[in-house]
Each structure stands twice: as structure tokens, then as C-alpha cells.
Design a protein around this ligand. Sequence first.
Ligand SMILES: [Zn+2]
Length: 149
Amino acid sequence: MAALPHRPVGPAMKNGFRLRCPRCGEGKLFSGYLTVNESCSACGEEFWHHRADDAPPYMVITIVGHIVVPLLLAVEMAWHWEEWQHMITWLPLTALLCVILLPPVKGALIGYQWAMHMHGFDPTDAEHDPIPPSQRGPKINPPASYQSL
Ligand SMILES: [Zn+2]
């Protein structure tokens, strides 16, 4: 069995963080806010093998928590804000940071999975599916009794 080609992790994650193809850094990784393109429009690299799942939100919660909580504590210790002042400051900031960080963090994770040949990015892996999602048929066939209706 031939060894898989080496893919540098850092540049792949950096390209993903910039919402670009982990391989070439040119094509767009996303077609919507978090919808991943099936493949790169510039180099043709297949993206549908990613399994980001719910890891990006976990990472974003951790990152945002490490930004907002120290700021909140520092402000409280320095100026003793009223509760309403904390509410109108930290809740919108938290929501805004989450919305801003989610796509780049997901992109970086996809870049990591691509560089490490994880999941379907390894053509020898059982998870590798050579058929893009848009060309797959329905996963579950309805029971025969439903088809006669
Ligand atoms: Zn590309």
C-alpha cells in the first residue's frame, strides 16, 4: 500500500481559517455561512469527506469563554458595573464573537482533517465515500407498503 502524501497541517488550517481550500488556498471552502462546498472550484479537491460535526461550536465556546469571562471579571473588579450594564455588554459581545468565529474555526478544523487524512480524506479508509452527497440517492428506501399509496 502506498503511503499517503504529506500535507502540512499549519498551512491547511490557515487556509481553512481564511475560509479557503486547505489544499490550494484559492477556492472557497463554504457556499453559505457554514455550508461546505462539495469540492474546490480552483483545484477540484473534494471537501465532502469532512466530519466537522459539532466540534467547531465546542471550540468556539471554549475560545469565546476564555475571552469574555476574563474581560467580565476585570471590568467588574475595576468598575463594579450594575447587572444591566453587564447584560447589555457581554451578551451581545458573546453572541457576536460566536457568529464571527464559527466559520473560520470550522474551516480550520476541516483543514486539519484534510491534512491529517482523517475520515473520508483517506481514500483507503472505510469512511471514504467516492460519491459526492449531491449525487447520492436516498439513504433509506420507504417500505413497500408506502410505495403502493
Ligand atoms: Zn483548492
